[in-house]
Design a binder for this molecule. Structure first.
Ligand code: ATP
Ligand code: MG
Length: 206
């Protein structure tokens, strides 16, 4: 049987239980053998700005995924120079993973924005996509119909996941405000953030 591998991309600034629960729900619904978390080095769509360094984001992701034997983390985007284009990442992973079937996992917000990514049509054709949809975060059918051909659309499947109103942006804001983030991120991530004094003070909202 071919291996079925999920790929969860993100800035993970920091990684939180929304990412982990989504990845696990998608993994079980789509019968994936494993999920690889791929932190992006210089996310092109976020103007290349992250609050924490790539090394800290990778370290937090590694701590978070260590709880789940089906999860692992890849540093491939961090080892590559230039912008982190998903289409390039998929090509590298495809070469590394042989004949595994690759499923890129995104939230509906990211999928609705995908047509603005680098070479979106080639990206869609290069692997399967699983969109985690939830109440308040649905696929925008109009955008998907307008921007992609039937063949490209056939690579997209939706999986219902629980709605968790959690974002990295909100977690960073809580830390700046001195509020608790207990249970919003795994304990090991919370400890790492405390030890390194991450996200405490920033002049601007990142
Ligand atoms: P930020 O607030 O900095 O944008 P984020 O919480 O949205 O951070 P990202 O690293 O941007 O996290 O997201 C990575 C992936 O996880 C995206 O595909 C995004 O749609 C998805 N995602 C983020 N938060 C959630 C959530 N609460 N539930 C489900 N999916 C999520
Ligand atoms: Mg986001």
């Amino acid at each position: 049987m071919e291996r079925r591998i999920g790929i969860m991309g993100g800035t993970f600034d920091p990684i939180h239980i929304g990412h982990l629960i989504t990845a696990e729900m998608v993994r079980s619904a789509a019968e994936l053998d494993e999920v690889l978390f791929v932190p992006s080095a210089r996310p092109p769509h976020k103007d290349g700005t992250c609050a924490a360094s790539p090394e800290d984001r990778l370290a937090m992701t590694a701590r978070a995924v260590s709880e789940n034997p089906s999860f692992s983390v890849s540093d491939i985007e961090l080892r590559r120079d230039g912008p982190s284009y998903t289409v390039d990442t998929i090509a590298v992973l495809r070469a590394q993973l042989g004949d595994a079937v690759l499923f890129f996992i995104t939230g509906a917000d990211a999928m609705n924005d995908l047509y603005r990514w680098h070479e979106p049509q080639r990206l869609l054709r290069s692997c399967q996509f699983i969109v985690a949809t939830r109440q308040g975060a649905a696929l925008d059918e109009r955008i998907i119909m307008e921007k992609f051909t039937p063949t490209e659309r056939s690579h997209i499947q939706a999986v219902q996941t629980p709605h968790l109103e959690i974002s990295s942006t909100a977690i960073r804001a809580r830390i700046r405000a001195g509020l608790s983030i207990r249970h919003l991120v795994p304990r090991a991530v919370e400890e790492y953030i405390e030890e390194r004094g991450l996200y405490r003070a920033h002049d601007e909202e990142l």
